[in-house]
Structures are given as C-alpha cells and as structure tokens.
Design a protein around this ligand. Sequence first.
Ligand code: GRG
Length: 331
Amino acid sequence: MVATPVLNFDLDAYATPRRQLIEQSLEQYTALCEPESLWQSMRYSLLSGGKRFRALLCLASAEAMEHLQPAGLTAVQAAMPCACALEMIHAMSLIHDDLPCMDNDDFRRGKPTNHKVFGEAMALLAGDALLVLATEVLLRKTPLQVDRQCLIEVAAELARATGPDGMVGGQVSDSIATGLVVPTKSLSEQAGLRTPVQADAPTAQLLESIHKRKTGALLRFATWSGARLMQANEDILSAFTSFGEVLGLAFQIADDLLDLTGDLQSLGKTPGKDQAAGKLTWVSIYGEEGSRRELALLESQGKSLLASCGLPDASTTALRALLSYAIHRRN
Ligand code: GRG
C-alpha cells in the first residue's frame, strides 16, 4: 500500500499481517468441493490478490471497538468471517462485472478474467457459488461468543447491501445510464393507466446514487458491520455508517480517476474503458480537477465524522488511514 498522509501511522505495517490472516481464512473457507472445476474457478478469482480493502475496513472498524470485546475473543476473530464474506461477494461482483454481457473485460488483477479462463457459464456459476458461500461463512464461522441476534442483523444487512437496494440496484442503474440495459415500462404504463413521464433524476444526482449503491453499499456495510459485531452503541454505529458512506463514494470517485490516469500494469485491468464505453463517471461530469476537489472534501468530511464519534483518536487511526488510502491510492 502507498504511504498515506495520516501522521505516525504505518498502514503497511497494519495491513500486511491482517491481509495474511484474511488470505489464510479465505483458503480455509474454500476447501476442496465437487465439482472440482467449480472450486478452481471460484478460487481463481477469490484468491487472486486484490487489496482486500473491504475486509481490512471491516476489521479496522471492529478493532476500533476492541475495548468492548466479548469474553476471550479479539476483534479480528469476531469480524474475520464477516470480512471474508465481504471479499467473497466482492469477488463475485468482479467476475460478473467482467462478463461479456456487462463490462466485457479481459484482465482483472493482472490476470485474464474468470470467463476468459473458465468460460462464461462457469464464471457465472462461480460467482453464484461465492455469493451463497459468503452467507454460509458469515453464519457458520462467526464465533459463538458473538451474539446470535446481532449476527442475524449483520447477515440481513449484508443481503441488503448486496441486493436491489445496494450493489445490484446500483449496477442496474449504471447499466441503464450506459444504455446496456433498456428499462422496462412500469406496470401502470403497460396497462395504459398513465402517460409515461421522464422521471430520471438530474444526471449528477443519479451518478451519486449509482456510486453509493454499486460500490458504496458494501463499503458502508464494512464499517458498520465490524462495529456492530462488537456491540457498538447506536451513536457509534450511526457515525461509522456515515463514515462508510463518505468513504464508499470517495472510493468510486478515485476509481473513476484511476480509469483516466492509471495504466494496465498498476491497475491490473484495462484503463480508459469508462470513457470508451461512454460511461457516466465523476470525471465525465466534473472533470479531473472537479473530481479531485470532491475527494478532498470527502476526506475531510470522513475525518470529521471519526473525530466526533466519541472514540479516542487512537482507536480510529486505522480507519482514517484507510480513508486516505482509498483516496490517494494508485490501484
Ligand atoms: C449477482 C448479487 C450480484 C451482483 C452482481 C456485477 C454486479 C452485480 C455489480 C458490479 C459491482 C462492481 C464491480 C462495482 C465496482 C466496484 C469497484 C470499484 C471495484 C474495484 O474494487 P477494488 O479496487 O478491487 O477494491 P481489488 O482488486 O483490489 O479487490
């Protein structure tokens, strides 16, 4: 990870051992299954590197609550299954996003995309399998010391962040905006009950809503869930939710910028695809400078949210560093 502007905090030293634990846990949660070709396809994408940003965020949010730890359990132990479930859902979304019927990408994380190696049908099914496995891992592997009611709530929120109100809904709105998906007429219009109206939100508002759902929902879930699994109080949960929302938007704006400024080697995927596909992005509306200004604003908003959440500064240093990283990253 590149150096971040958070003083006296070495994000690499924080992230490296946690990333190792994340990789070990993902390995363990994807033990050999039948048919073996499905297992290979799932693991090809799940264990192909990646920054593990969502998992790190979930762990950092749990660790901010370390003082509330349930008996005999560290924050990392309490949140690891949830962190891994997030990475499984994220890997699934990348596999599906790369398919020819979506973004049609050939490279991801510096390797040929899943469907290029295993074929479209298997890529689709490996994504499906990872999506379902994520829920099983969260529910079965979260240690018994974590309150079961809390766990059910976390599982329900994960489903919401992934589904029509979250990532899938955001992806559909994005696909409609790009012209990839043609919206159907509403049922009342089909029945001839009212004159069709152009109900699209203004473009900038629509884009913010797409970013917050397509990318932001999982990141917001990451910051909320870590704290929730540690029984954080409502004030902290609300501050972490707002922080996650700010971070989620910033992460996708940075992604839009990287598509413009990055290269194949550092990104691990083909740059320039947003512009080529005529995608609605922060850069296409506000330009490079406007996007950087928004990122600076979001960085200070995110830090203020953490500063006023009632926790000592030292507890939220990793979260602040992850926010800065999301904004200043090179891949
Ligand atoms: C079937 C439930 C279901 C969902 C699929 C395809 C889809 C719906 C959603 C696509 C969501 C998507 C790919 C959003 C982009 C998010 C994004 C910025 C990805 C890049 O994340 P990084 O930079 O990647 O964290 P690494 O490789 O580091 O993990």
